[in-house]
Design a protein around this ligand. Structure first.
Ligand SMILES: *Cc1c(COP(=O)(O)O)cnc(C)c1O
Length: 398
């Protein structure tokens, strides 16, 4: 910006333009919060020089500022990616993938264990926008070859599915997809990018709901798409720009603050959840514990081969002798585990799910008992175990 003319006398103009002359040399740890709609260009040549393929340009507050760009680069670093785009929610990131990669006449494959709003989004596009969406058994592995059509553009993967927890054979699926020229997008929220490295297993896009572990505070909604391929990143970026998706710089600052403790928190969730899952497996009320680190969970062998940690989320199937009403009473009888969906924060959660035909369409769900999904927060695991025990005894009467 050109300097204030020396003869400017009006306060209003000086208030807007005069340099207040701070001393230089201030250094602190936090990333500054640059809130901006207008980005000011040094000259017109810079303004006219737009390059979709550069992430180093400052163009418009919606696209990026130094605050959001810092967060994006750190997130790419976690997963071993090259590029990262931030979105206002995890679901917006999912939507960004669809709008960037598929058009009328294209086909998409979605695993039967996908995040339910992803299914809804795909079904909506199939109903109203002329694509086809087909569901596959998450345990299909290389058998996905038989489902791929010449017009299959996009294959979603979720490892594990965040309710039913099957762990797919990711490298088998991505190898077949690559041969067939279909892009693979993994919803990698479950592992926060720490427990599973999608690019080492052939995935093209890693989608994260930063709302979960990266925020860690149950107070921010944000999503991300991480890639290694510059051309793919540019396609996603163009769609994101056209859809008008952006994020709050204050929210970015909150997530940046939480990233410092991400691995420590994730490790604590992981240890406590595995301990509680192992304990629940010994309880007489329980028929199966769907924790990827335990053998009841379909795909446990893939998890052992491909994952380093599981984190705080797992599900339990209760004996089919209990009615759904009894399981509801057990969940409502918990004192420390709260009832709520968005996991990844400090607070433990429990939600019962009825896995009817609307949630499973490719392969029937094999369990008859009611499933409860638990998220193990950062409370003392002894207190959490006592809480589970008191409600089991009181409501399921063992
Ligand atoms: C929460 C979640 C999302 C969506 O994230 P939002 O930010 O809540 O939209 C997507 N996938 C999985 C697996 C999730 O748990």
């Amino acid at each position: 910006m050109s300097a204030l003319p020396a003869d400017t006398e009006h306060l209003q103009t000086r208030l807007l333009h005069e340099d207040v002359g701070l001393a230089s040399g201030f250094v602190a740890f936090p990333t500054p919060v640059y809130r901006a709609s207008t980005v000011v260009f040094p000259d017109l040549a810079t303004l006219r020089d737009f390059d979709l393929h550069s992430d180093d340009q400052w163009r418009y507050g919606l696209h990026q500022t130094p605050t959001s760009a810092t967060l994006a680069r750190r997130l790419a670093m976690i997963e071993g990616g090259e590029f990262c785009l931030l979105q206002p929610s995890g679901l917006a990131a999912i939507s960004n993938v669809y709008f960037a990669l598929v058009k009328q006449g294209d086909d998409v494959l979605v695993p039967d264990n996908a995040y339910q709003p992803n299914r809804d989004h795909g079904d909506w596009l199939a109903r109203d926008f002329g694509i086809t969406v087909r569901y596959y058994d998450p345990m299909i592995g290389a058998g996905i070859r038989d489902l791929i059509q010449p017009n299959t553009r996009l294959i979603w993967i979720e490892a594990p599915g965040s309710v039913t927890m099957e762990v797919p054979d990711v490298p088998a699926i991505t190898a077949v997809a690559r041969e067939a020229g279909a892009v693979t997008a993994i919803d990698n929220t479950y592992s926060a990018g720490l427990g599973f490295k999608p690019f080492d297993h052939g995935c093209d896009i890693s989608m994260q709901a930063l709302t979960k572990y990266q925020s860690g505070g149950s107070d921010v909604l944000m999503g991300a798409l991480i890639t290694r391929d510059a051309a793919l990143h540019a396609r996603l970026k163009l769609a994101r720009m056209r859809l008008g998706l952006g994020v709050s710089q204050d929210d970015c600052s909150l997530v940046l603050r939480s990233l410092a403790t991400l691995a420590l928190r994730y490790g604590a969730h992981d240890r406590a959840a595995l301990g509680l899952a192992t304990w629940l497996k010994l309880r007489p009320e329980v028929s199966a514990v769907l924790h990827p680190g335990l053998p009841d969970c379909p795909g446990h062998a893939c998890w052992r081969r491909d994952f380093s940690h599981a984190g705080g989320l797992f599900s339990v199937v209760f004996n089919e002798t209990y009615t759904p009403g009894q399981i509801d009473a057990f969940v409502e009888g918990l004192r420390l585990f709260k009832i709520g969906f968005s996991w990844g924060g400090a607070y433990s959660l429990a939600v019962p799910y009825a896995l009817d035909g609307t949630m499973r369409t490719a392969r029937a769900w094999e369990h008859k008992g009611t499933l409860v999904r638990f998220f193990v927060g950062l409370e003392s695991d002894e207190d959490l175990r006592a809480d589970l025990e008191q409600s089991l005894v009181k409501h399921l009467g063992a």
